[in-house]
Design a protein around this ligand. Sequence first.
Ligand code: AMP
Length: 598
Amino acid sequence: MNPFLELGIRHDIVNAITELGFEKPSPIQEKAIPVLLTGNDDFVGLAQTGTGKTAAFGLPLLEQLDFTVKQPQALVLCPTRELCLQIARDLEKFAKFIDNVHVVAVYGGANISDQLRQIRRGVQIVVATPGRMLDIIGRNAIDFSKVKYVVLDEADEMLNMGFQEDINNILSETPDYKKTWLFSATMPKEVRRIAQNYMTDPVELTVGTKNTGNANIEHNYYMIKAKDKYAAFKRIVDYYPDIFGIVFCRTKIETQEIAEALIKDGYNADSLHGDLSQQQRDKVMKRYRERNLQLLIATDVAARGIDVNDVTHVINYSLPDETENYTHRSGRTARAGKTGISISLINIKEMSKIRHIEKIIGKEFVRKQVPQGTEVCEKQLFAIVDNVHNVEVHEDQINTFLPQILESLQDLTKEEVIKRFASLEFNRFLNYYKNAPDLNIDGKETKFDREKDGSSRRTSSKGFTRLFINLGSVDEFSRGEMLGFICNNSKISGKSIGKIDLKGVFTFFEVQDEEVEKVFQGFKEVEYNGRSVRIEVSGEGRSSSSSSDRGGRRRSSDRSSDRGGDRNGSRSGSGRKERSGGGFKDFSGKRRESKSRY
Ligand code: AMP
């Protein structure tokens, strides 16, 4: 007998989920469904994202609502628009064979009239983000008097995002007799307080150990110098040719800078952050979901609710400020029983943070060595060999040319042909990694290292202001060249510049306080390699850049997707729609305007 039937789910729902490939319940479903099917209890479920929570509450809801009545009987609150749409879609799929089920997704950033119209037509399940829900309640546009169940999904995320008061207000609109089911990946005291304030003797369930990172996630860290971070990051990405990853940064600026640098280096990457409009976000997510992007560079807030399966790697380009966020980040991989790798790029001073995270997730990190150039080349070579196996052959089209191809290759042995075809791509990797240095540090940083990479300096010297510029060593600036570039554009003397801290994709530099304004003025309209140059006061919001900045980046990434391939126009047949082709071409010769920058 189907195990879902055994749990008490009826045939028409089981038929629908079987079509979705659900063969047996996930651990949270196995534990939660029997409790929730009774409909008698409040409930707290501690489970990570991607564990099958939606069905854990969705199937019992569908079992218990009366679909002959067209009034809201269940309200699901969740933190983001993406999650809201996902839950509504999932519920509709589970209910495929039940008549008259009406689900509405209510979320901000979309036309409210459409949502109001759907509510007026009659719905039984409302899936909502708190802000828009309150808006609709405020318009007296919804009647919650028949609500029997309220689900708070990703409760910790909702509280993180400051929805506490909104949730209180919404809950006060629902009847006292309703049951509240709360799901959360973590249980900080704020979530615990909701359970205490709004629930009566809730049944509590934990999947896995409390606050434990998903068992299927391998946690690795690489210790590198700050100045080598970008190079090490690319090397790790190149070491995993089939990577489909989310890269987390701490700030919007960092996401943009990394994405821009990656695009420039030929990777299929784009950034997701709070400055994007909803439409832009949707577009990026669509490309990622469809695998036209291989790397999604995101901030914590922007990545909330990302529900993409098969993410192979989460990369913490910067560790999160809040340790809790590490759990959320790494939970984006290893969804639905799959395995995944969570990678952190750290400098020596961040080791204590790793130890702290280990305590929280109850798992040890493994220190990995940044692969050597030769190791990357080997990996890429065998990826090419795999691609030969997997490539889709368009028989009718290639057959026309085959006799001619065979004829022109007839002087070569089979081995020669194979060698040459493999070399076509492999040579680029060999060239790029020819003299690649070892990027690992041995864990014992010297004073010299610290001073050299400047990472220990965060504050500016007396009488100087520390500024940020979005160009760095990947743009092939040396410190001297950066000094010249700044002085020339700002029309100030080199004596006014203090320390220059050259990083991968950006640089910090000090300027005498009285000259700062000149730098801002001087860089107002400056572009470098088609990219707007941006200056900011380090750690503050103040900035100067010309308006084409983000537009330029997006255009370039869009172009790569329009072509349906990477910048080399290639597509692989290894099950991935596109592949990066690596950041090799750019570095193996054709750098642009490197000497004409002044
Ligand atoms: P969720 O945590 O609800 O977002 O689910 C994560 C993913 O797992 C979704 O793609 C679900 O469709 C899938 N899923 C949920 N439950 C099962 C199951 N019992 N068997 C197979 N896949 C599932």
